[in-house]
Write a protein that binds this ligand. Structure first.
Ligand SMILES: Nc1nc2c(ncn2[C@@H]2O[C@H](COP(=O)(O)OP(=O)(O)OP(=O)(O)O)[C@@H](O)[C@H]2O)c(=O)[nH]1
Ligand SMILES: [Mg+2]
Ligand SMILES: [Zn+2]
Length: 299
């Protein structure tokens, strides 16, 4: 749609369109304007102003000059993977190969909660588990479901299909967790490259390299190169307890209103962990992040 044809510079009519950045390789951006894909570069003065357009940005492009003129306000952004205006992130977590890490899962959930992005949990590779292990993971999944997160396995393709409409959805998770494999199952037209886990991990590299948005079931979806190292340095230590929805729920039942739920003796959160209301691994993750923060603060 042409949105501002009347803009006259000298005698030249400027052709501008609004679109969304769906791909970036080096400094070349692909912008989707309705059903048209246009390849553009950022305007020269972006660099001076230190502005970097991100995949997911809504932009105004000058169609003739093939440049991004303007970036519209972002509702959020992630640095790694570099993406803007994310509605929800599907955290793909394998139970084996690579091994399940509750710490990594909770870290991703915390970072998304901090950025006001909805986390959706997807567990993969349950087929590699024996019955006992399967039951253990089912319990873990039920816990996350009960505290309010959509929690599914990579077999539940129908659920996925209903999640995408009018949303920007990001798939993330460890290298080898099965993100690209899952996306290929959801949309067989994607033909994303998938990797042998051992190779992917040994090389320490991701099969998926650049950031790109695909149109799937009336929404935009990104398969990201996973995050290998996540940074929580910019999260305020006092905010952490609010980013754990299950801890937040009972936060003001503790004796001290400023209870950190770590060293305090009479702490209701600790009781809730003991009686099984709060999952032990969740609490361990919480304590780990608090300690991690304390160490940094006092270094
Ligand atoms: N047994 C089993 N293997 C799976 C499953 N899902 C994916 N795999 C395998 O795991 C390996 C890695 O899968 P990918 O889809 O490439 O993983 P990825 O998350 O996209 O990895 P990166 O692109 O490196 O971040 C491939 O060999 C897949 O065939 C699953 O549910 N069960
Ligand atoms: Mg991949
Ligand atoms: Zn407490």
């Amino acid at each position: 749609m042409l949105i501002s044809l009347a803009q006259i510079t000298g005698k030249v009519k400027k052709m501008v369109k609004e679109g969304i950045i769906v791909k970036c390789i080096s400094n070349l951006y692909t912008v989707k304007c309705n059903n048209l894909l246009i390849e553009v570069k950022p305007r020269g003065n972006f660099r001076n102003k230190n502005i970097t357009p991100l995949v997911g940005d809504k932009v105004i492009v000058d169609v003739e000059k093939k440049v991004i003129d303007n970036i519209l306000d972002r509702k959020n952004k992630l640095i790694r993977p570099p993406l803007a205006n994310i509605d929800q992130v599907i955290i793909v977590t394998s139970v084996k190969h690579p091994d399940y890490s509750s710490l990594l899962l909770d870290k991703m959930i915390m970072i998304l909660e901090y950025n006001n992005i909805r986390p959706i949990l997807c567990f993969t590779k349950l087929d590699l588990c024996n019955e006992n292990e399967k039951n253990k993971f089912k319990e873990i999944m039920t816990y996350y479901k009960n505290i309010g997160y959509i929690t599914i396995t990579n077999d539940e393709l129908d659920v996925f299909k209903s999640l995408f409409k009018n949303k920007l959805t990001v798939f993330t998770g460890q290298s080898g967790a099965g993100k690209s494999t899952l996306l290929n199952k959801i949309d067989s037209g994607l033909h994303l490259k998938t990797g042998e886990i051992s190779k992917a991990l040994n090389r320490g590299k991701h099969t998926t390299r650049h950031v790109e948005l695909f149109e799937i079931y009336d929404g935009l979806v990104s398969d990201t190169p996973g995050f290998s190292a996540l940074d929580i340095t910019n999260i305020d230590i006092n905010k952490i307890k609010d980013l754990f929805v299950d801890i937040k729920k009972y936060s003001n039942t503790c004796k001290y209103s400023d209870c950190m739920h770590v060293k305090e003796e009479e702490c209701n959160i600790k009781k809730k962990v003991e009686d099984g209301t709060i999952l032990k691994s969740r609490y361990n993750s919480y304590v780990n992040f608090i300690n991690n923060k304390m160490n940094r603060t006092f270094k």
